[in-house]
Design a binder for this molecule. Sequence first.
Ligand code: C2E
Ligand code: MG
Ligand code: MG
Length: 293
Amino acid sequence: MNQAKKQGGHSFELYTEALETESIAAVTLTTAIHRALEADEFLLQVQPHVRLKTGRIMGGEALIRWPQANGTNRLPSDFIPLAEDTGQIIEIDRWVLRHAISQKRRWESLFDEPRLLSVNLSSSALNNDEAFESLLEIILETPFERRGLILEVTETAILTDTSAALRRMQRLCDLGVQLALDDFGTGYSSLVYLANFPAKIIKLDWTFIRDVETSQRDAAVVRSILELADVLEYTVIAEGIETQGQQSFLADHGCLYGQGFLFYRPMDWHDFELLLLRQTEGGHNIEASDRLL
Ligand code: C2E
Ligand code: MG
Ligand code: MG
């Protein structure tokens, strides 16, 4: 029955052993997530956002990891979708936001220049009143430089119940934090439509970047998104840059910022701070225009 519901309802599924194995695995994972939250087992890594022309770090994106007994980290794609189904994502979002803000406060004490920190929010953050209010509480409970916090939301999150999401996004903006539209381009909305939303940063999805050097179509799409973003005064951060060709293409077409393995992979906070310290000691202070303020 659950499998049929997942397909959108109005269908049926025959019982198979595979389905039973799948649901046993889901129950086991749900229990493990619950325990991990209680035992504070999750951790955040951070992947730098850089200025494309110079490679200078302007901030970074917090990415959740789940360390396992064998020394590896479990990636979010492995447990976030199930946590969304079970509602555990609300607790995870709270954990992530609280930890990210406390790291951000640390940066504020370490560095003179403000650094931007991006945090991913699930769609329940904008679509569930209780989840939203509890995130607001976390933002309000500690003093920090709010303009330096970027909350990343996806198109699906803002399109589920548009007017409620719009109202909640506006409340976040009123608190002074910035909003970014993650994975931009994977949905169907146009930038012009999105101008109604108070997100002024878009993160261009890696699926467009991947073939930008080989596919004329993708190159044209990226060029036109960048042109329109410029007219509508969006700041664009390109995701998943892996080659120098992609970097030059984007920079040549007016994209200022990016993130990807070409520059840095997600890393532990300590390593990120060392990188920033080295950059500051090298006299590479962040430029005013890098602050997205
Ligand atoms: P996202 O927000 O679009 O994050 C970017 C993902 O792209 C990260 O994967 C990052 O490791 C990966 N990436 C960055 N540069 C490159 C590159 O050059 N090449 C390739 N192939 N990949 C690159 P990750 O950490 O596995 O996260 C996947 C998704 O899980 C995220 O996509 C985000 O939607 C979600 N997620 C991650 N952390 C959190 C979190 O704390 N809370 C919530 N709610 N979702 C999270
Ligand atoms: Mg993101
Ligand atoms: Mg993304």
